[in-house]
Design a protein around this ligand. Structure first.
Ligand code: GLN
Length: 200
């Protein structure tokens, strides 16, 4: 297992209320970080970065509200890196469509839920990431698993597109935050998680 810059492994929280948080914890470990499941504000305050996994964004929102985690998470995102995948991407956007719902607005994005339609719920695509991604994370294509994925319909001026699929952004960053509409935790390629670790 790799180490990150010597002795100390970065403590990366994985929001563990619902969704595929376990796959993210494993991906963080293979990228060289120390995964920590987060279910309380106290656990959140003890980590250096946070992954919001895929799952069902409406259910995650309900649980975040029930557990009084909305304000702590908003506060966390003001100073520390957050990586949202799929449902996590929806939660981090400034605007959500289909239908409109509460979100954290940590990334200047408009995101449309379930935007690939019902017939093509899931797919695996090979995408060629932007040169910027390959320079920082490593060369080569990325296998992208989409599961009832949203489409990023608008990116604000501060957002950098790191990969596209079919003309739409699928991996984007803004400052310390990172968003993927696909599921990098479901493949053995740890470059996307390594890129997130490098932002912590
Ligand atoms: N369709 C889900 C939502 O709208 C997201 C799917 C996923 O995270 N794989 O929240």
């Amino acid at each position: 297992m790799s180490t990150t810059n010597g002795a100390v492994r970065k403590r990366v929280g994985v929001l563990a209320l619902q969704g595929d948080f376990d796959a993210h914890a494993k991906a963080i470990a293979s990228a060289g970080g120390e995964p920590v499941e987060v279910r309380t504000g106290e656990q959140l305050r003890a980590v250096d970065g946070l992954v919001i996994p895929g799952g069902e964004s409406t259910t995650m929102l309900k649980l975040l509200n029930m557990m009084d985690l909305v304000e702590p998470l908003a506060e966390f995102a003001r100073t520390k890196p957050v990586f949202g995948t799929c449902a996590g991407a929806i939660l981090l956007a400034t605007e959500v469509l289909n239908p409109s719902q509460q979100s954290f607005g940590a990334m200047d994005l408009t995101v449309e839920r379930n935007a690939y339609g019902r017939q093509i719920d899931s797919r695996v695509a090979t995408i060629s990431p932007a040169a910027e991604f390959q320079r920082r994370a490593g060369e080569g294509d990325v296998e992208a698993v989409f599961i009832r994925a949203p489409i990023i319909r608008r990116t604000g001026p501060g957002v950098t597109v790191l990969a596209e699929y079919d003309g739409d952004p699928v991996l984007v960053e803004q400052g310390r935050h990172l968003v993927a509409t696909f599921h990098p935790e479901l493949t053995h390629d740890s470059r996307v998680h390594k890129l997130f670790l490098s932002k912590i």
